[in-house]
Design a protein. Sequence first.
Lengths: 98, 572
Amino acid sequence: MKHKEPEDMAQKNTDLKDAISYISHELRTPLTSIKLFVEMFLSGGIGDISENQRQTLKTINTSNESMIAFVNTITTRDIHELIEEKKERKKRGSEEKS
Amino acid sequence: MNLLKKKKKGKKGEAKKSRSKFIKSKTQKYRAQRSSLSSNGKESHADFFLRKATNLLLSSLDYKTTFTKVVDLSLEYLADWCAVYLVSPEGNVEFYKIGYKKTGQAKFAPTLERHNAIDINAKSGVGHVIRTGKSEYYPSIKDELLKKIARSKEHFKTLKQMRITSRMIVPLRAQSKILGAIIFVSTTPGKHYSESDLLMAEDLGKRAGIAIDNAHLYHDAQIKIRELEVAEEKLKESSQKLVNMLETNSEAFFSIDKEWRYTYLNHLALKYAGKAREEMISKKMWEVFPHVVGYSFFNKYQEVMTSRKSVEFEEKMHDGWFEVRVYPYEDGICVYYRDISDRKQLEQRKDEFISIASHELKTPVTSIKLYTEIVQKLVHDEKSSEYLKHMMTQIDKLNKLVSDLLDLSRMQIGKLEFRKEKVSLERLVKEIVVMIEPTSKKHRIVYECKDPGVLVAGDRDRLGQVVTNLLTNAIKYSPQGGDIIVRVGKRDTNAIVSVQDFGVGIEELDQKKIFNRFYQVASYQGHTFPGLGIGLYISKVIADVHKGELIVKSKPGKGSLFTFILPLVKTK
């Protein structure tokens, strides 16, 4: 459903976009930095690592990548659509549980 | 020249000399004559004349028309010629009317009318009478007098031909004002005016004067009434315009008087109320809505009614959100309701987004932190430890962002939990200062505490969050480094924590907005500042929950002073 968008509403919509770009920008800096550290460790650039350490670092990397993917999603996709999708998934999830 | 004010004492003429001799005795005689005749049951000539004249004068407020009738009456009973002069509201003497009895005398009228100009400064005549308010009386007329009166040879000739036998001029008097004069002239051979005639004429002058004065007053009153009517009409017009404006307004509007009675509602207000105008106007609020008294918006109305200061708030009603503005006015309060449902819907969108984002990130960030701590334990060489330490700093930053988002999300649904315990502000703030100090090498934190025993009630972690926020902001917004002063103390019944920096400061326009979500002082002299711009919002909410306040004083380029005010715990 398409909403009418008077001027101040468009302005508010920009606020939402602003919020998203703030959040994604702030998240990206530490995420990229963590990604670099993990890659350096994994490539053996810092020192030798044990298999155990490698597995742990890989787990860290997966979590970090999932966050980077999330930030990419919120900055590229239609946010309203995304919200509806997530809400729908949450609803289904709770339905299945019950 | 205003004749009504200016009165000069003129020289007494021949006629007046003779008059002054008899004036007292004759007045008595005149009165006695009138009363004796009246007592005989017959009306005297004077009474009859004056009664008729009075009736005429009272018959209409259009005194000019009435005067024509009075002149006619005078010609019937008192004179062969009669002329009336009136003083205009501007103070000029204006010839008004001339009348004559005998048809044969009509030929003189044009000449007389041509010579009717009045010299107000004359030593005798109409001007003199009007100026002094004293009558002139000439029982008999000699040629010398005619010469004195005449303005020209032609005038003299006419006056001579008229065969004037007697003449008197009386003022038209109302209280102390002289409003004109009447000339009575006799041309009947052997008919000379008596003193009684003069007194009768003067009596007429008084009555006519009062009639003119009444007419003037009536006229003035009429003008004032008309002015009032015009003003009232204009007022009606402008209030109609105002009503039209209020009716076409996209906001609901209503006003309530000091007795809480509805005095006005526009159509939108009636629509929201779901009632007809007559069901509400002049009714008290609780007569229309019996349960209104318990509601928070009613408390706000009450607040405005007593404090006489306007209030704004947001209120959820009828499936929608409204921005409510309440203003005091002379007779009570007026209230505006603006539908902000659309805006609220978008705000809700933002809330939903934050909730999704924070929950999406919560698990991975916790996992990263946990696993990195494990790696830290497994690593023993110095180089790796150093790198992991730097990595941990970034993870902490990330963790802080995510936990801020979570806080924000919880606040929006009112699920942020607060414990209640006694908190020593001095100890709490000191701990935070010790923790923050090492994070910046450029800054020196100066800690001052005047009242070490300051106790407040609340959630220690949340209160610490506010102080941490203020301190990290102080560091962030003074990139050049320097002192940051942290003070803990008491003010009246409140505890105070203040954080002062000497950094970039905040523009006045921004000072109100910094407590909004996602608001950042964007840049200052090329500096940009990282952060979500939600720290102060969260701090403000925490302050509100603790019934405290968070206020800012700042000057661009001079730094900022944030003061966190909390109610003190009452110690017995």
